[in-house]
Design a binder for this molecule. Structure first.
Ligand code: ADP
Ligand code: MG
Length: 704
């Protein structure tokens, strides 16, 4: 017997896990035995009681234990090998059959004890058969059977190169290390939250006595993960409360002057959000607020209000957008609002020539620029402010955690004291409450509710390609009425290259079909200047139809555009389609959204119907979350790395709530997690931070 296994042992030290299998485990994020033991099963199979063969019923899944009566293996002409066996348990006999490609296995030894687990089929003659059941060769009668027999059996996630049986065997072998895995949760917290000890939970997670024990174990592991996540958020929140920010109190005449400049009356929803933001700005701790609102709810006006107020009180501000196109749009909006005022708007773009850029930077540093607009270029190290008071980030979900952190650090170098700017981040991806709590749990949240008066809801049609004529008619009618149209193509990423064929072909087709109209093409591969030119032409009405890839997905505001056609709608996520749909119906004229479904069946029509039936982005996002999971909804799907392993949201929201309470209590007592009892948690938090950073880098890379 070799020395006992320990949690830090590499999975490669387990019997049968070498080379390719070791690599496959690594791809699942499993390197040590401790990692492996935390790998939650997808489901369980009840294999506690073997079924007497005489009782086998068709269409049931059963465990059969018996002796091999006869067995043979042979190769067919088609190159498929077949292994057959007849197994008896004294009550009857059952036939089993397995198929192999390539190699021909040896027949099972006669009288060998075996366990078979699989679905029962009755043959035409009424004989019971098992098709490719899971096979386990059993030891002599008095020895304990292996992991797949006589118990509740875990079915783990599979990946290429690792079958569920193989993973189960590996976990079985690793189990002796379970008791030695250090429990990061202090005993007091564990008692309070009524959680089993980690060692017990790890055993019950895989080989529970009953399903209740399995669920208790899963809850325990989910709690661990969510607690660490909540600790991270709680620490950020407390850290922020000790930081200083400028107190920006709006004088009454400032409110009056801003309102006088707005071309419309603010909605009640906008007023409420503005009230919350203004109150934050007056406090000496930095604001860190998420402004959520459905597409077209008028978030820009809320942001403009905050920016203008801060400027009026003598502070510099930043307005950051995810794309140059949007930065330009915001610049236009603000400059229109500010016509004739002394407020100085400066736009920074990555494409600026050296000399103008240097001059712009000098103006910013000298405090001669009041509102600095741009993409994340405004976060560059060389951009220094004289007195930065407020940063507004539009379409926040397009930015990573890391960029947000850079942003928050930005104020430090400015001015005489180390002060942080207030920070407002906006998102039009309506984030379900569950997600908002998870990902932005360290932020305060405002929601712009309600709709802007005078809007007619967008009509949404799901059509098949055969209805192309009808679509064309509707588009022509809108154009004839002097309106504009978007036609959206998916951006297909194949072997790293963007496949623009569809969009190009689409432009040509529409140009031909609409000889009297101007058709433009916008896609991610265009140089930034070219993108802006096309967008500007569309905004000014020089283009009637804009054929585009998802570049227009977020934020673009052209009220005269009333119709939007989405090609291959089945390739988009629901939330993304909802975003796209938000590009139309922004004026008084209403809007039409046509989703062309080219999926030829599948499950997509039902999915798209959710959109046709609903106009509330929050409902759609919840639906999207159910269908696709967290990563997809954010557009930052991690490559095989789930955000959580044992926890699953929104299902585990109740656990999240408990974990948050525990995290707050822990941080209140020990903000630095410095107590010896919190050592395990402190390490886990650090590891989690590293994990998030890595995800961020991946997301940033794939966004490029
Ligand atoms: P989003 O929340 O999607 O960013 P925008 O801020 O772009 O929405 O606003 C959408 C449109 O509604 C813009 O054309 C804007 O001028 C207009 N708008 C915003 N607030 C109001 C309001 N209170 N009354 C009328 N129109 C408004
Ligand atoms: Mg917007």
């Amino acid at each position: 017997m070799s020395s006992p296994r320990t949690p830090d042992d590499d999975v490669g030290t387990l019997p049968g896990i070498r080379a390719a299998r070791r690599t496959a485990f690594e791809k699942m994020g499993v390197e040590t035995l401790a990692d492996l033991l935390r790998l939650a099963p997808r489901r369980y199979e009840d294999r506690r009681h073997p079924c007497p063969i005489e009782d086998l019923e068709s269409e049931t899944t059963v465990l059969v234990i018996g002796r091999v009566e006869a067995s043979k293996a042979f190769r067919t002409r088609g190159g498929v090998s077949i292994l057959e066996a007849t197994v008896t348990d004294g009550t009857g006999s059952v036939h089993a059959r397995w198929f192999y490609r390539g190699f021909c296995p040896r027949p099972l030894e006669k009288d060998r004890r075996v366990a078979l687990y699989g679905a029962v089929k009755k043959s035409r003659t009424g004989r019971a058969e098992l098709q490719a059941p899971e096979l386990e060769r059993l030891p002599a009668d008095d020895e304990e059977p292996g992991p797949g027999v006589g118990r509740i059996v875990p079915v783990h996630p599979r990946t290429t190169g690792l079958s569920a049986t193989l993973v189960r065997k590996a976990v079985w072998d690793a189990l002796e290390a379970a008791a030695a895995v250090p429990d990061p949760i202090p005993a007091a917290t564990r008692a309070q939250a009524d959680l089993p000890a980690l060692g017990d939970a790890l055993r019950d997670l895989h080989f529970p006595d009953d399903l209740e024990a399995a669920e208790r174990a899963r809850v325990r592991l989910a709690f661990d993960e969510l607690l660490v996540h909540e600790l991270l958020l709680a620490r950020r929140r407390t850290a922020r409360q000790t930081q200083r920010a400028p107190t920006i109190a709006f004088a009454p005449r400032v409110h009056e002057r801003i309102r006088a400049r707005l071309p419309f009356t603010l909605t009640a929803g906008q007023e409420e959000a503005i009230g919350e933001i203004v109150a934050d700005l007056e406090r000496p701790a930095p604001m860190y607020r998420l402004l959520q609102g459905d597409v077209g709810s008028g978030k820009t006006a809320v942001a403009a209000y905050a920016l203008l107020g801060a400027v009026a009180e003598g502070w510099q501000t930043v307005f950051m957008a995810p794309t140059d196109v949007l930065a330009r749009q915001h610049q236009d909006t603000l400059e229109t609002l500010l016509a004739g005022s002394r407020v100085r708007v400066e736009r920074l773009s990555g494409r600026m020539r050296a000399a103008p850029r240097r001059e712009a930077l000098a103006r910013i540093a000298a405090g001669e620029a009041d509102i600095v607009i741009g993409t994340h270029a405004v976060l560059g190290e060389e951009v220094l402010f004289r007195s930065l008071g407020l940063v507004v980030v539009d379409e926040q979900h397009k930015f990573g955690v890391r960029q947000r952190r850079t942003l928050l650090a930005k104020g430090e170098g400015s001015g005489l004291e180390a002060r942080r700017p207030h920070c407002l981040v906006m998102t039009a991806t309506p984030i379900p409450r569950t997600l908002a709590l998870t990902v932005w749990g360290d932020m305060d949240v405002s929601v712009v509710r309600g709709t802007i008066p005078g809007r007619t809801p967008v009509e949404t049609l799901v059509v098949t390609p055969s209805e192309g004529r009808t679509v064309m008619e509707r588009v022509k009618a809108e154009l004839a009425a002097g309106h504009q149209a978007y036609v959206i193509y998916p951006l297909v990423e194949e072997s790293g290259k963007l496949d623009l064929k569809d969009a190009h072909a689409g432009r040509d087709r529409w140009t031909k079909a609409l000889p009297d109209h101007q058709v433009g093409l916008l896609h991610g591969r265009l140089a930034r200047d070219a993108k802006e030119e096309v967008m500007q032409a569309f905004r000014e009405g020089a283009l009637d139809v804009l054929v585009a890839t998802v570049v227009v997905e977020v934020g673009v505001d052209v009220p005269n555009a009333t119709v939007l056609v989405v090609e291959h709608a089945e390739r988009f996520g629901l939330s993304q389609l909802h975003q796209l749909r938000g590009r139309v119906g922004r004026g008084a004229a209403g809007g039409l959204c046509v989703l062309v479904d080219r999926s030829k069946g599948d499950d997509t029509p039902a999915r798209l119907d959710v959109l046709a039936g609903d106009t509330d982005g929050f409902v759609i996002a919840e639906e999207d979350l159910k269908l696709r999971g967290v990563g997809d909804v954010f557009g930052t799907r991690q490559h095989g790395r789930p955000a959580f392993r044992a926890a699953s949201l929104p299902r585990d929201l109740p656990i999240l709530t408990r974990a948050r309470a525990a995290a707050r209590a822990i941080v209140a007592a020990d903000p630095g997690l410095a107590a010896p009892a919190h050592g395990g948690l402190a390490r886990a938090v650090t590891a989690r931070l590293r994990h998030l950073d890595a995800q961020d880098r991946d997301a940033a890379q794939s966004a490029r």
